[in-house]
Design a protein around this ligand. Sequence first.
Ligand code: ARG
Ligand code: ZN
Length: 420
Amino acid sequence: ETWTSGVLVYKTQASPGTTFHRRAMSETRGTVWLSVVLLLVLVDHKRWQVTARAPLTAVDTWGGNKSAIDIAVRPAAIEEVSAMLARNNIKHEVMLDDVQRAINEENPTSDDDTNDRKGHRLTWQAYHKTAVIYGYLEHLTTTYPNLCSVKTIGMSVQNRPIKLLKISNGKPGNKAVWVDGGIHAREWITPATVTYIINHIVSNFENEPKYIQDTDWYITPVANPDGYEFTHSTDRLWRKNRARSGGQCAGTDLNRNFGYKWGGKGSSKNPCTQIYAGTGPFSEPETAAIQRFIQGTKVPWKAYVSFHSYGQYILYPWGYENAVPTDHRDLEAVGRRAAAAITAAGGPRYTVGPAGSTLYPAAGGSDDWAKGVAGFKYSYTIELRDTGRFGFVLPASYIQPTAEEALAALRVIVEAAQKA
Ligand code: ARG
Ligand code: ZN
């Protein structure tokens, strides 16, 4: 897959009150109508079928919420999409007029150019492949043997290890916190952010407050190693894992594959979509590994934090529906304090709310399973930067500021978890 020169990312917005708007509302019963309508149009109109195999390849939904979506449009479909947007008076703007150029410029240094004078090759000035990230985790176990240990919790579809770092001072009675990144392959800022957080906590451990020290941290920076490698080698914008359960089309959306309300709204049975939920709950080895480890490790789980990108949101359950759990006020309050900590640290605005009503309903997410099944009180999906200027192709120079604000938010959540 190449996103050759000329690919656009549009931010679209219907002007409220237009005929299009009302018709769309009635057609889709009022939820995420713009996104649904655009997809329906694109799926149903054969004219948009640029590659013979799957009509959906003409466009790719990058992000969205109740009022606007970002769509990446392949060169062959740009003219038609532009005409359709104009015809229907859909307000839109070009966010990124050359995706391939953004890809070429996002990551300045390749892994082959970085040395390992420090005992590892990881930096936070560039995005790195799984091997470099795993090398760093192993390095931590030899540098901080009393604090850090690594465990392989399972193997991916293509037999890559899914590695988990545990950071613990070994005190009995510590509360347990789970953090993951890289569930979605193309969200490169998330493994980078998670490893930045690891590095900060570990190298600064003696100076950290008690709520950081007396937490047992279970951290998986690359939850979808096959997908992540594929985004480095072949298709920068690949989202799913690399399962071949779906005939022609590869990949299950791991964030639709968790076993709570599996198969509901915002997920698909069509393997060719970006939101394919898999053949059943935890059909994928990557999600099954997380489930097995969390449910098989009898520790007091308190906070579950899954990093995604992009959009700058702090989301809590439920995601499968426009509904909230009974203790939603606690989740909202902590989420708001986390967002406030980000702005206090000089970061940008993050929007806080329940995933289903703030973004769109999507069933089978890890956050819902953590809250609904695994017993985590504080379960969050944090959508990191940006809000669409670069989208998934966030330049590496943004790693540091983004990771720093993520850490500020995580501190608030973990401090609350200590009291839960
Ligand atoms: N962007 C994320 C996704 O589509 C949001 C997930 C929010 N959580 C949820 N359970 N829907 O996977
Ligand atoms: Zn994601």
